[in-house]
Design a protein around this ligand. Structure first.
Ligand SMILES: Cc1cc2nc3c(=O)[nH]c(=O)nc-3n(C[C@H](O)[C@H](O)[C@H](O)COP(=O)(O)OP(=O)(O)OC[C@H]3O[C@@H](n4cnc5c(N)ncnc54)[C@H](O)[C@@H]3O)c2cc1C
Length: 403
């Protein structure tokens, strides 16, 4: 059998099939396999999640997901990874990591197992066309043509093109008759219409961020928020970026409202500010605000509040209320998500309505299978994307042997 793409899904499928005695050829356009694994989790590789609840994955057909994930719990994935020689440890929120916290070891162990099983790994091999023949497939590549009866497309998504991310496989599938849901960047930073975030570039806060689309609140997240030259980043932003990216792609106006003091209610914050007023000390207003807020955020907040007072002694009830409002509700209009170069994953992909969730086989082209991010499945941050890559790769590898 032939596999296009030596990422997590392609290698999991290759190992699964080769362990059952099948001869596998694995084509990879990069000079080495598993480039996305290498950079994942900041080089530590958040390899799976202990609680792979279907609600943590996104897909046009929820039923496809629950069928595909059934039986592929963390134990199953751990036992596959364990069979390579990899021990896992759990961190917060069920996130699983290799015990050595090194993505490099994951790629090494996957590659070593492929070698041991005699998988033919052809690197620097870019596939540029796929044709269905009477018996099987003709795959044309920069290293010649390959004829095989069974073909697995595990060529991923266009996210992170610098690591090999590409929509080529999706287009091959489309040329064979598959429907494609347009991919969009996800787990990605967001660009703003307004330019003020640049003035606070580099400032990281713990915030609660609410996303509004067409004036309606859609979702909210709490966590790190980083102001940047182009807009906002940080874990809270990555976590709501999927929703924002999809809506902006549909031209919905999107806005963030940032609560810079998520642990303080409006009333407590008002009281705190009132208590801090000391007419004896009478600090200039900006310095007075620096006592509770990052210096770079002070002029932004003052401008938003419309407060003209010069010093703390000038502040009355009304001005305090004016200051509290943007502290709890700093609004920022978004323009777009950052592009695929900065995205960890892509939404969209091959429509799963045309794929069998047990075997990952096409319902349109017999003998053609898919695995990983090429399909219209993406996960939350937390190891869910690799969880999907292993699950769909193992399923495809098993099915390609038995059918
Ligand atoms: C910076 C970053 C950090 C991430 N961190 C995490 C994390 O910690 N945890 C997590 O769960 N997920 C993480 N992800 C997401 C995760 O890496 C992907 O979801 C996962 O790698 C998808 O696996 P895949 O095998 O489907 O695709 P890929 O890993 O993209 O593999 C596809 C392979 O196909 C090759 N290919 C494409 N087109 C062709 C062609 N025409 N010919 C030949 N070869 C081709 C590509 O070069 C690539 O090697 C991260 C992603 C990025 C970019």
């Amino acid at each position: 059998m032939l596999i296009v793409g030596a990422g997590a899904a392609g290698m999991a499928a290759a190992i699964t099939a080769a362990r059952r005695g099948v001869k596998v050829t694995l084509l990879e356009q990069n000079e080495k396999p598993g480039k996305k694994i290498l950079v994942s989790g900041n080089g530590r590789c958040n390899i799976a999640n202990r609680r792979p609840d279907p609600s943590r994955f996104h897909c046009g057909e929820p039923e496809f997901l629950s069928k595909a994930l059934k039986g592929y719990d963390a134990g199953r994935i751990e036992s596959f990874l364990g069979s390579l020689g990899l021990e896992l440890v759990e961190e917060t929120e069920g996130k699983l990591f290799p015990m050595g916290r090194q993505a490099h070891s994951v790629v090494e162990l996957l590659t070593r197992e492929c070698q041991r099983l005699g998988v033919e790994l052809v690197t620097d091999c870019q596939v540029h066309a796929i044709r269905k023949e009477e018996k099987g497939f003709l795959v044309e590549s920069s290293q010649g043509a390959f004829h095989r009866q069974r073909l697995l497309l595990a060529s991923g998504s266009p996210a992170a093109p610098q690591l090999g991310g590409s929509n080529a496989g999706m287009l091959f599938a489309q040329s064979l008759g598959h429907r494609l849901i347009p991919p969009r960047p996800a787990l990605v930073a967001l660009e703003s219409e307004e330019t003020w975030p640049a003035k606070a570039s580099g400032v990281k806060v713990e915030a609660r961020v609410r996303l509004y689309a067409s004036g309606n609140a859609v979702t909210e997240r709490e966590g790190d928020l980083l102001f940047t030259d182009y807009g906002v980043s940080g874990l809270a932003i990555l976590d709501l970026s999927r929703e924002a990216s999809l809506r902006m792609a549909e031209w919905e106006p999107c806005e963030l409202r940032i609560d810079l003091f998520p642990r303080q209610s409006k009333e407590r914050l008002t009281k705190l500010l009132q208590k801090r007023i000391d007419p004896q000390r009478n600090l200039p207003i900006d310095l007075w605000l620096e006592g509770i807020l990052h210096r770079k955020l002070v002029p932004i907040l003052l401008e938003r509040s419309g407060v003209r007072s010069r010093s703390e002694g000038d502040l009355g009830r009304k001005q305090i209320g004016q200051l509290v409002y943007p502290m709890k509700n700093l609004s920022l209009s978004l323009s777009q998500s950052r592009d695929f170069r900065y995205a960890e994953v892509a939404t969209g992909g091959i429509d799963v309505a045309e794929v069998n969730p047990q075997t990952m086989e096409s319902r349109i082209v017999p003998g053609l299978h898919f695995a990983g991010e090429i399909l219209d499945v993406d996960g939350d941050r937390g190891g869910f994307n690799f969880h999907w890559a292993w699950t769909s790769g193992i399923r495809a590898g098993m099915a390609m042997v038995s059918s």
